[in-house]
Design a protein. Structure first.
Ligand code: SF4
Length: 250
């Protein structure tokens, strides 16, 4: 990972959002207990730990999001928005509790690996219940979906997990949690051809990026573009350069 620190989240001084601090300085500031933002040192430490987890190969999460974001996050040192990371951290909190009270035979938070066309892929589903042939993923949300099926990127992620794990899987569920309640949404299980079509489309793009530095194309329709991308400024700058070079070439 290439997150090297945070954008300062001092609530009292919004212009300080452009002030960048290292992990160490951010934690030290919170440890004084005189920090002006609302993050405590243990919360920040947990977010740093989560970001520093070692991952080998291309991950299911990278494949399920904006491919350009996956690559730019890895390639460029950048400062993350604490409030954005907190959203992911909140999900982790739910995972910790859920893992603790899991069914006896559940496989929780284990990383699996599989190769496709010589490219290694890894992923860590929240819960597998092998006897029930079921994979479950827990997602925290502002509001649980009004419909009964998961968001498209979550369905895609679950189907990649089903393909990845060495168990027979025939059911996929996303469990959405918000402040008011819980909702289980069943995802449609894809066939082999759909999974392979997805891998054939996305894997070579990420492989070329990670191994040969070919930047994936911008995908501005992606949900991450709507306020959830920590490399937006790097992406926009590269995009301008790409447009310029196209203009010059044409
Ligand atoms: S700004 Fe949008 S297109 Fe660019 S990397 Fe981020 S999510 Fe992807």
């Amino acid at each position: 990972m290439s997150i090297v620190g945070f954008k300062c989240a001092r609530a009292a001084r919004r212009h300080d959002r452009q002030k960048f601090v290292s992990f160490k300085d951010c934690i030290a500031c919170a440890e004084t207990t005189a920090n002006e933002c609302h993050f405590t040192a243990p919360i920040i430490k947990a977010m740093v730990d989560r970001e520093e987890e070692e991952r080998e190969g291309i991950t299911v999460t990278q494949l399920s999001g904006c491919l350009r974001e996956s690559y730019l996050r890895y390639k460029y040192d950048h400062y993350a928005d604490l409030e954005q990371l907190y959203f992911a951290f909140r999900g982790e909190l739910a995972h910790l509790i859920i893992e603790r009270y899991q069914e006896r035979d559940a496989i929780a938070e284990q990383r699996f690996y599989r190769e496709y066309n010589g490219i290694k892929i890894s992923g860590k589903p929240d819960i597998i219940l092998p006897d029930k042939k079921l994979v479950r993923d827990y997602k925290t949300a502002k509001e649980v979906p009004r419909f009964s099926y998961p968001y498209r990127n979550h369905s895609q992620q679950l189907n990649l997990y089903a393909w990845l794990v060495p168990y027979e899987i025939n059911r996929l569920q996303v469990i959405y949690l918000d402040m008011k309640g819980v909702k289980i949404c069943d995802a449609t299980l894809w066939g082999k051809s759909e999974i392979e079509a997805l891998l054939n489309e996305k894997l070579p793009v990420l492989d070329a990026a990670f191994n040969h530095g070919v930047v994936p194309p911008a995908d501005f329709d992606n949900w991450q573009c709507n306020g959830w991308c920590n490399v937006k400024s790097i992406c926009r700058k590269l995009y301008e350069e790409e447009l310029l070079s196209k203009l010059n070439a044409g």
